[in-house]
Design a protein around this ligand. Sequence first.
Ligand code: ATP
Ligand code: FE2
Length: 328
Amino acid sequence: MICLGIEGTAHTFGIGIVNSAGKVLANSTRTYVPEKGGIHPREAAQFHAAHARAVLDEALRTAKIEIEDIDLVAFSQGPGLGPVLRTAATAARALAVWLDVPIIGVNHCIAHMEIGRLTEGARDPVALYVSGGNTQVIAFDAGHYRIFGETIDIPIGNCLDVFAREIGIPHPGGPTVEKLAKDGKNYLPLPYVVKGMDLSFSGLMTEAIRRHREGANINDLCFSLQETAFAALVEVTERALAHTEKKEVLLTGGVAANGRLREMLKLMAREHHAKFFVPPKELCGDQGAMIAWNGILAYKSGFRQSIEDTKVKQRWRTDEVEVTWRRS
Ligand code: ATP
Ligand code: FE2
């Protein structure tokens, strides 16, 4: 069986093609970069619509298949930005109806987890999913993917990007902050906020911007921002690991590209005798292969959807998803 997965929740429009053996045959993406400021949902949706055909053609070419070879269409049903979700869903419905194949809506956050389980061989990890739009600690428990901790305000990627933008670094700021942090030597105290199992990064971001205006050394500031934010992420992941007594840690999402975060999380996992996994960069960020693979898992478990069930869910929470493809 071959599944075509369409991703469209935020900046990236992606089409991935995956077979039922779990082989990624293609994974094409185009990413909308706002000219200035943050993401404009309608502009992003227009960008996705304008590039959908090219991405589809590229994916089919890479996979060396014809569109008629597709047996199943999956798409990101949520969570995400309304106009962007609707664009991907419309493309998915049109394809599924035209090809006369089944359609399955996939939860974007869970898809990040499932592609990590597929490619890295993690069986039952505690996952730290960190990106521009999401920050969650997720693990499977009693039939559901549960959120053990999450941000109560802005996601970590957004914290890094907005801080960077305010100090004149172009989008996305995360990679540049990482580079600058490498030459930081002095730790500047910044607000560290963990509330119960939840995280908060907005006070940290505001304070870092304020310290920059006061003339703090840029390398020290980037270093301190990373150390503070990542320590909080590692703390919550560690507590979820201890609580669930799982033996694996999976890091995913765009911020998983960060070497320092990987190092810190790996160290924590080692202390708990847990294995540490990070998918390759091209499977950590947003893309369609993870959607296609999650579609196959759901389909194989007997899950079916009618076109009426494919309405997008902007605020679809990880723990609301019916996980028909896992028992333990
Ligand atoms: P989502 O829809 O899952 O929230 P997204 O639109 O934010 O995803 P991703 O590709 O998953 O897209 O993640 C992009 C984020 O990753 C940006 O915030 C970017 O700054 C951050 N990022 C990328 N590389 C690094 C890095 N080396 N260090 C820190 N952050 C990074
Ligand atoms: Fe994502």
